[in-house]
Design a protein around this ligand. Structure first.
Ligand code: XMP
Length: 319
């Protein structure tokens, strides 16, 4: 039961001492952990922190812009955006196997990140938002620096050598403490209470072929799910909600025409830590609104289904 105010003071001092006059690079993912790490390191070394946001092309609707704006407004952070979406889309073309997807994304992410980091300039340190549970999880995996792409944890294929020294100021904290630290550092509520989002992004929610057109369908459907769930007051009561684009097409009817289009699955779960989860009994009216909106507004979808599986034996994500 320690005092988070003094934790902040001590961390800032420790980071300052460690970094000296050097530069620090940090990958911004849009999640809570990297944002709070950015806030802390920024307080410690100011402009010598280089926050880097890699756009994999697998982000949600307006995600990069939103995060960059929120961090700029709240902390005055200047984020470097590196657009690698074409590279990711090219490499994922015709890849359907979930494990392969994750490997390809993990490996490419490391390469792109290192390249982008070089473009920014010589940095000696890499800061990242490793939490206490992450350390416990990767302990025993024998992978030094297993946290490098912690937001991409089950990707495998980590580099043997990382050309940076690590700074992990949140390594003794749990998620709820990270949120409190973030609040004390002035980060907006909207950023601190976002649902978890997997490192490989929409790729593991797009079971239809991964290409721009399908990602657009998925983004639009997902934005509707989130918007309606927020409007109905469910967003902060549940662990996660999102849309999945299934590789299934079925027959429908629109006016006097027959359609043959994709199916979107809605997933909404309650959970304490992501290890087990129950599907949320959302009100039928809400499901109905979401379904109607998706089918009417998203071109290429004519059917919406609700995922009523719990974890285990299902997982939260579909891949
Ligand atoms: P599953 O699908 O395994 O997901 O039941 C459990 C929780 O973990 C999230 N998840 C990930 N988070 N990188 C992450 O940082 C990943 O590769 C990844 N895969 C799944 C998922 O969204 C859920 O909250």
């Amino acid at each position: 039961n320690w005092n988070l105010g003094s934790f902040i003071e001590e961390s800032i001092e420790e980071i300052r001492q460690k970094v000296g006059k050097e530069r620090v690079i940090l990958g911004i993912s849009g999640g809570v952990d990297s944002s709070v790490t950015a806030a802390l390191v920024h307080k410690a070394v100011g402009e010598r922190l280089y926050p880097l946001f890699v756009d994999t092309g697998l982000l949600r609707q307006n995600e990069a812009e939103t995060i960059i704006k929120l961090l700029q407004q709240s902390l005055g952070l200047k984020i470097h955006l590196f657009d690698a979406s074409q590279q990711f889309l090219d490499r994922l073309k015709n890849v359907a196997d979930p494990e392969r997807k994750r490997k390809i994304i993990g490996n490419l992410f490391i390469r792109v990140f290192e390249k982008a980091a070089q473009d920014i300039g010589e940095a000696k340190f890499l800061a990242q938002g490793t939490l206490y549970p992450d350390i416990i999880e990767s302990a025993g995996s024998g992978r030094k620096g297993a946290a490098l792409i912690k937001s991409h944890h089950n990707v495998g294929g980590l580099p043997k050598k990382i050309p940076f020294k690590l700074i992990e100021p949140l390594r003794y904290l749990f998620k709820d403490e990270v949120r409190k630290v973030g609040t004390l550092l002035g980060l907006p509520h909207e950023l601190l209470y976002r649902h978890p989002f997997p490192g490989p992004g929409l790729a593991v929610r797009c079971l239809a072929p991964i290409k721009e057109q399908n990602l657009r369908i998925l983004r639009q459907a997902d934005a509707i799910v989130i918007e309606e769930i927020k409007k109905a007051g469910f967003y902060e009561k549940i662990w996660q909600a999102f849309a999945v684009l299934l590789p299934v097409r079925s027959v429908g009817v629109m006016g006097d025409k027959r359609t043959y289009e994709y199916t979107v699955a809605i997933r909404a779960v309650e959970s304490v830590d992501g290890m087990t989860a129950d599907w949320v009994k959302l009100p039928p009216e809400l499901l109905s609104t979401i379904s109607n909106k998706i089918i009417n507004e998203v071109e290429g979808v004519n059917r919406v289904v609700y995922d009523i599986s719990s974890k285990p034996p299902a997982t939260i994500e579909w891949e």
